[in-house]
Write a protein that binds this ligand. Structure first.
Ligand code: FAD
Length: 466
């Protein structure tokens, strides 16, 4: 049995809420008061609001990743996933990125494991679709579109070319609409560099199960967003679901059928496997950690000692909402502030003081709709167009953690204003040995290779002559 000299605080997940919890804790903890351990399989926190701009090349993929090691100097980091939380034993089981599973004891736990992309068991979706929650997904979406342009440019007009340039986004929430609009904006801009292709070759479909996209904005601005997308050639299918996507053949519930090379799935959040079924902490019906307004786990009447939760995985009562029984919306605005409040409250309880309740009044919603155009809404105040887009950029460059990231993102935006965006697909990074193995012959990289993650055979000279 290991001896604990100082109290051990374990933070499960180093995303938004976990990163801010640990960052604040290490700033405020007195020497010897407690040790902080963050466990996450990824070595970085993902600044997800930048992912739509990673798609379009306005933000460099690396700049959306905030290194945990560079920024958490007094925190111990463990590269692995927590597979079980046994709070009764104050023990987590960790599956490290290398090596065998092991257990780790703790005194206090903060569960900030976020959410995963919600999927449905629809034919073809698991094989064809790609999510948009992680940097690698955003990079792959971008590379697939750019590779599709290269491939389509050498094909005659026809179904094959059409399929390559057909894109489907499923889910019209904020992330889906921003990603869709950024990719559409990139595709329209690419046409200038591809004289072989025309706007008629492009088909961008957005599929939304409810009657409205962007549920956070009101009807007027929403109609305006729809008109912006449709003016750029988008087909928005409302009240429609995806029925199947076998072999890339999309069937929608409104009867529409077409072949689509790229299918992006942005249809909401689901609980992580850990929270769903591998913890003895109380979990709500929707698979979130039952959390009090002061971010302690449990109910107002029955707090669970030494357990805290925040972010997308926590059902936190929304004290700013007029609707009784509402929970805070799973977004970055809440995750950041809950992380900071969690750290302060945890310290307060360590020092014998009372924790405070989390209350946050929304700052409104701001979205990019492609280069130079955006939408902002705060209650009845609506800003549309270029100014809203500048607000989006201004807000996020201020909000992204660390000066390092702010300056790097700004410098890419400034360079792009002078020289335009990069338009080269780097899908070939998935096959780094091709050039070496084929004696400097240019490999033929097709979308099939990109889909298979680089496992397809290298095309030899004979393949290329046909
Ligand atoms: C494309 C996109 C755009 C968005 N844009 C906005 C926006 O403009 N404004 C806004 O307010 N919100 C936005 N959001 C939502 C926002 O990013 C999330 O609400 C926020 O990231 C939630 O923070 P979190 O800490 O709960 O989860 P995350 O940031 O997802 O972090 C969870 C972390 O836990 C780790 N983890 C998961 N399981 C385990 C485990 N078992 N063990 C250890 N670690 C684990 C993960 O690796 C991850 O690092 C956007 C989301 C997306 C996908």
């Amino acid at each position: 049995m290991e001896e604990m000299l100082v109290r051990r605080i374990v933070v499960v997940g180093g995303g938004y809420a976990g990163f801010y919890t640990a960052w604040k804790l290490e700033k405020k903890l007195r020497k010897g008061e407690a040790e902080v351990i963050v466990i996450d399989p990824r070595p970085y926190m993902t600044y997800q609001p930048f992912l739509p701009e990673v798609l379009s090349g306005s933000v460099e993929a690396r700049h959306a990743a905030i290194s945990l090691r560079r920024n958490l100097h007094r925190t111990k980091l463990i590269a692995g996933a927590v597979t079980k939380v046994e709070h009764a034993r104050r023990t987590v089981t960790i599956r490290p990125v290398q090596g065998a599973d092991f257990e780790l004891g703790y005194d206090i736990i903060a569960v900030t494991a976020g959410a995963v992309t919600r999927t449905f068991d629809l034919p073809g979706v698991a094989e064809q679709a790609i999510g948009m929650k992680h940097v690698e997904e955003a990079v792959a979406i971008r590379d697939r579109l750019l590779t599709a342009f290269d491939e389509a440019s050498v094909l005659p007009p026809g179904p094959q070319r059409r399929r390559l340039l057909t894109v489907t986004f499923v889910g019209g929430g904020f992330a889906g609409v921003e990603g869709f609009a950024e990719l559409l904006s990139l595709a329209n801009a690419l046409l200038k560099s591809y004289p072989e292709l025309t706007r008629d070759d492009l088909a961008f479909h957005m599929v939304e199960a409810t009657q409205r996209i962007l549920p956070e904005v009101t009807d007027g601005p929403r109609k305006w967003v729809l008109s912006v997308l449709e003016r750029r050639g988008a087909h928005v299918h409302l009240d429609t679901t995806l029925v199947s996507a076998e072999g890339g053949h999309v069937v929608l519930s409104d009867g529409t059928e077409y072949d689509s090379e790229l299918i992006v799935w942005t249809a909401g959040n689901a609980a992580t496997r850990l929270v769903r079924g591998h913890t003895d902490l109380p979990v709500t019906e929707r698979g979130m950690v039952q959390t009090r307004a002061d971010l302690r786990v449990g109910t107002e009447a029955d707090p669970v000692p030494d357990a805290w939760a925040a972010g997308d995985d926590a059902a936190v009562p929304d004290l700013a909402s007029p609707v009784a029984g509402a929970f805070t919306v799973p977004n970055a605005q809440n995750a950041v502030r809950q992380g900071k409040r969690l750290a302060k409250n945890l310290l307060a309880t360590l020092r014998g003081r009372e924790p405070k309740k989390y209350v946050h009044h929304t700052l409104g919603s701001v979205a990019t709709l492609g280069l130079g155009i955006g939408i902002f809404q705060y209650r009845r105040i609506v800003v549309k167009g270029h100014f809203a887009w500048l607000m989006h950029r201004g807000y996020h460059v201020l909000a992204v953690p660390t000066w390092d990231r702010k300056m790097r993102v700004l410098s890419v935006w400034l360079a792009a204003a002078l020289y335009g965006r990069d338009i080269v697909s780097l899908a070939s990074v998935q096959r780094p040995r091709d050039a070496f193995v084929t004696e400097a012959e240019l490999p033929r990289l097709s979308l099939a290779d990109v889909h298979s993650g680089g496992t397809a055979a290298v095309a030899g000279p004979a393949d290329r002559s046909s």
